[in-house]
Design a protein around this ligand. Structure first.
Ligand code: FE
Ligand code: ZN
Length: 255
């Protein structure tokens, strides 16, 4: 990738990310769960912070914004649809808007479902997408505001990105997500192998994000609602993909 990506663990199980362009010295932060670890990382790398890209309004993604802006004077970019419940935005974004880090362009994708107004940022040249609580490693965010159909539509956009895309999601939920996935597809060999890799990583206190989209396509049940054998095993052979997604999401809520 052309931009440098840094993953920063925050709070109990959140992640923030830095994207840095060495040529221009520009840096963007994606989500701000808390200021401390993020300012420490910037200081250690001697990077200035130019912009904060916000994915959605939940407190565990924005609570650090005030203190970080005070320390860095970074601009704040977030969804126009959420402007009323985000910190004051320098720029309000809608789907297909672009952001710039150095010479690289990122694209805004509306990924409503977890919340209505949740956005993702996709940087095609570096091959990285910031999906926060929409598509997550091994799972997807809970539907607090949107409908299952909305989330299915959002995931359907993300699944069309190049399979080698790095998916940067918002939480360390992977192990429990995959435990649930195994109840949907107990015979998925790629899933079994991923569960082993993830439990080793967690035992060594390593992050399981970012993850490759190709791996999500092979193991994440929320991207696999269209698979005929999954539909059949849920007794939903004739259901639409969106209906099967809704059923899998409902099961996860009760898992
Ligand atoms: Fe959230
Ligand atoms: Zn979150």
């Amino acid at each position: 990738m052309t931009l440098e990506l840094v993953t920063i663990p925050c709070l109990k199980d959140n992640y923030a990310y830095l994207l840095h362009d060495a040529a221009s010295g520009e840096t963007a932060l994606i989500d701000a769960p808390e200021a401390g670890p993020i300012l420490a990382e910037l200081k250690a790398r001697r990077w200035r912070l130019d912009q904060i890209l916000l994915t959605h309004h939940h407190w565990d993604h924005i609570d650090g914004v005030g203190e970080i802006v005070e320390a860095t004077s970074a601009e704040i970019l977030g969804a126009a649809a959420d402007a009323h419940r985000l910190p004051p935005l320098t720029r309000a974004l809608v789907e297909a808007d672009t952001v710039k880090i150095g010479r690289e362009t990122g694209y805004v994708i509306d990924v409503s479902g977890h919340t209505v107004g949740h956005i993702a940022f996709y940087f095609p040249v570096s091959g990285v997408a910031f999906t926060a609580d929409s598509l997550m490693a091994g799972g997807c965010g809970r539907l607090f505001e949107g409908t299952p159909a909305q989330m299915w539509d959002s995931l359907s956009k993300l699944r069309q990105l190049p399979p080698e895309t790095l998916i940067c999601s918002g939480h360390e939920y992977t192990a429990s997500n995959l435990r649930f996935a195994a109840t949907i597809e107990p015979d998925n060999a790629a899933l079994t192998a991923r569960i082993a890799r993830v439990s080793k990583a967690r035992a060594e206190n390593r992050a399981t994000v970012p993850s490759r989209l190709s791996g999500e396509l092979a193991t994440n049940p929320f991207l696999r609602a269209g698979e005929p054998h999954i539909k059949a095993s849920l007794g939903m052979a004739d259901a639409t993909d969106a209906e099967v997604f809704a059923e899998i999401r409902a099961r996860k809520d009760n898992f």
